[in-house]
Design a protein around this ligand. Structure first.
Ligand code: LLP
Length: 465
């Protein structure tokens, strides 16, 4: 197990709190394990957004996603302000809602001035229902259905054309309407170090036009009266700690703009995608939001100067780094199983259905016990979920204080790709989620009921007993 703790020093939940120094507002949310507002109260309980986590569980049940509004808003602002500081042209940050798509999260992002990147008709519907204006919504997808494209066109949003089929269908669907606003997603051929399932910049992947098609695509698009192509897009992957790949990408993308100009295309938008990594465990060391934004702006400015191009409107679309560390998942501890000389399993009331990342990507997490935050961690246990599957393990070798049934285990940094990839495996209900701020907790997702679980089931007449 990776640990930055010196030998002989025992951790407690306290160590995961952000420093309470005066520069707290400058902390980059993606670098903290617990949300910015996390504190320990006089009962030695974890408090987030002024709410005692154990009280939240009593009121809303568990598992419970707890979203700290302050952390999410701070991350949105840090992105926005970094572009204001370092980019001389116009910029627009989009929230990649695939990280967590629901009305409240879209509404918070939009109230912070962010636009929304959606990856399906469902995410588009959610963003529109949350009140996001259509000129700030961008639709992605490597296999958009005709219905999704029609919905996007009717809603007046921008389509990220990923392939020839997107272009052809957009042309067909646009007939007789306003020109359809599109951006071109291109594969940059840039590699980065992250899990192979979440790398997208290398040539061998399903997203975007192959660079070999660039000339043909620009030539085609430049001749279409019904398409209004405004720019280019690329996304190289997710949970990236290096900064160089995005800088290389920025240089390359400016070259694409220059090339497009030779086809008479005046592309004014450049979207560098998302991908900034976050801290899940102590040894993770991602750059801050500002450290990620600054070099990208500098590189684009220098490259545009060199190519004698006006500065494009610069877009990026982070998901994880906006929301991962703004959320924790609270579980109630239940049974345990001690296997002498092997390991002790401690089971919680959720698992791979509310957090499929460990079983999917071997992702690692840290946990604290919310009702005993200062107790030293003397035990090494494996946190198991409650699903009928041996691989349903949330954390291997977690360092925790001694726990008992009924204790509240809090897994940190669960805001990104947890709820959004949650399932009903074993017909478990998907958890509730609350947003917390200033001592108030508001439900943003209701816990599914048993009735919800069979809502879509149909029982044909002839099968009824
Ligand atoms: N833009 C595009 C086109 C994307 O495909 C993605 C993520 C993003 C932006 C946002 O990337 P982020 O800033 O969140 O790294 N389920 C995986 C992550 C899949 C990422 C998919 N695309 C996980 O749990 O790690």
């Amino acid at each position: 197990m990776v640990s930055t703790q010196p030998a002989g020093v025992q951790l407690s939940g306290r160590q995961y709190l952000s420093p309470t120094s005066t520069n707290k507002v400058n902390l980059s949310p993606n670098q903290g394990l617990l949300p910015l507002s996390a504190k320990i109260n006089h009962q030695d309980h974890l408090e987030i957004g002024g709410c005692d986590v154990t009280t939240l569980v009593q009121k809303f049940g568990s598992p419970l996603y707890i979203l700290d509004e302050e952390t999410l808003r701070t991350a949105c602002r840090q992105y926005r302000e970094s572009f204001q500081r370092y980019y001389q042209g116009e910029a627009q940050v989009l929230y990649a809602s695939k990280a967590w798509s629901c009305l409240a999260v879209c509404a918070i992002a939009q109230s912070e001035g962010l636009g929304i990147d959606v990856a399906s008709g469902g995410e588009l519907y959610t963003a529109l229902c949350a009140g996001v204006s259509s000129d700030k919504i961008y639709l992605h997808g490597n296999n958009k259905s005709r219905e999704e494209l029609r919905y996007a066109i009717e809603s007046g949003i921008t389509i990220m054309a990923d392939n020839w089929r997107d272009l052809q269908q957009s042309v067909e669907l646009a007939q007789g309407q306003q020109p359809v606003r599109i951006m071109l997603r291109l594969t940059p051929g840039i590699d980065c170090h992250t899990h192979e399932y979440i790398r997208t910049g290398h040539l061998d992947n399903k997203f975007g036009f192959d660079p070999g098609d660039l000339d043909e695509v620009f030539a085609f698009v430049s001749k279409q009266q019904t398409l209004n192509c405004i720019g280019v897009h690329a996304h190289i992957g997710s949970q990236i700690f290096e900064r160089q790949p995005h800088q290389d990408l920025a240089v390359l993308m400016v070259q694409w703009l220059t090339k497009a100009a030779t086809y008479g295309l005046n592309l004014t938008h450049l979207n560098v995608g998302g991908g900034l990594g976050v801290r899940y465990i102590e040894s993770d060391d991602p750059p801050s939001i500002e450290e990620w934004v600054k070099p990208i702006c500098e590189v684009i400015q220098a490259a545009c100067k060199e190519e004698n191009l006006p500065l494009p409107k610069l877009l990026c679309e982070p998901g994880r780094s906006l929301i991962a560390n703004a959320c924790v998942t609270a579980y109630t501890i239940g049974s345990s199983k001690e296997i002498p000389d092997i390991r002790t399993y401690v089971a919680v009331d959720g698992g791979m259905s509310d957090n499929p990342r460990p079983i999917t990507y071997q992702s690692v997490y840290r946990a604290v016990v919310a009702n005993q935050m200062s107790t030293p961690c003397t035990e090494t246990v494996t946190i198991a979920g409650k699903h009928c599957e041996s691989g349903d393990v949330l954390i291997k070798n977690a360092q925790l204080p001694k726990t008992k049934p009924g204790d509240i285990l809090v897994v940190m940094a669960t805001g990104a790709y947890n709820y959004s990839m949650a399932s009903n495996y074993n017909r478990l209900s998907r958890p509730a989620a609350v947003v917390v701020a200033n001592g108030e907790a508001n439900l943003i997702l209701q816990r599914e009921t048993y009735e919800d679980l069979i809502r879509q089931d149909c029982l044909p007449e002839r099968l009824k007993s």
